[in-house]
Ligand binder design. Sequence first.
Ligand code: ATP
Ligand code: MG
Length: 328
Amino acid sequence: MSDCLLEIRDLKQYYPVRTKEQRKTFVKALDGVSFQVKEGEVFGIVGESGCGKSTMGLTICKLIEPTSGDIIFEGRNISGYKRNAMREVRKKIQMVFQDPYASLNPRMSIHDIIAEPLIIHKLCRTTQEIDARVLQLLRQVGLDDYHAKRYPHEFSGGQRQRVGIARALAVEPKLIIADEPVSALDVSIQSQVLNLLSDLRKELNLTYLFIAHDLSVVEHISDKVGVMYLGNFVEVADKYSLYEKPLHPYTQALLSAIPVPDPEVKRERIILEGNIPSPINAPSGCKFHPRCRHCMEICKQKAPERIDVDENHFVYCHLYGADGKLKK
Ligand SMILES: Nc1ncnc2c1ncn2[C@@H]1O[C@H](COP(=O)(O)OP(=O)(O)OP(=O)(O)O)[C@@H](O)[C@H]1O
Ligand SMILES: [Mg+2]
């Protein structure tokens, strides 16, 4: 597919850990994930805490090396790239983190924070060029020129996240991996930052991998959404299919937790039983089976295969036949 910017194939990230008995084992944070993101698209990733969302972001931009699998960016398989080869790629893939306070150096002025990537990647020749570019970036994210002289502690959470976004934009990336960029912000500020990200995407033709805890945050910004559970996607679909026709019992449960503003619309609330199990000792078969209200015998024994329901919608669930229809 020519307009595919990022393709992930069977990506695994196994963290080596020791059990209480000092036995060596692995946390299977990503357990064979595959998906594609087209150029200009916003791909939302949602799932409960610990399902592997941050690991996915860090592995794709190779801040941690994948255990196995392919990361194909702009047609090149970067999964085996070493530090030097990654330098060029890193300019094109930038991350925005959840906690802007922790990710901005408190001793550096905003000017220096945004200028740093320009200097590292040698994108400006003179200090005048750097100053002009820093001001341009500040304006692009809705901050004022005088903010350049200030320090991170003088900003509100929302403004700090704007600085984090300006710093990511400095190198003119193609793909931005935003790991819960609004989770630490007040609800009223969340929508401002989401709107900014939406506007920037159109203006600069960016592609986003947008990670969030729950489906309501990614609903407006995403074109496609993937729902993760314990290191795998359980369902991936374009936004309209996913929100209107969720197929996986886990997606249905997550959606049922979002309040509907229209009092006429009644949605059954599905309560998820139990906690998310440990990724060290994941359940057999379908990993969701112990919490699934439709659990069948086969779910305990066999991991479900990917079922393509239509061109932009796939699900991993034994409830559906190979034709994508609910089994009788
Ligand atoms: N460096 C590490 N060593 C060992 N285990 C790790 C490491 N980093 C993450 N994990 C484990 O991998 C799993 C996935 O973690 P990850 O941070 O990717 O989840 P997440 O979906 O981003 O969670 P949250 O929503 O809380 O941010 C968790 O069980 C976590 O404890
Ligand atoms: Mg995380």
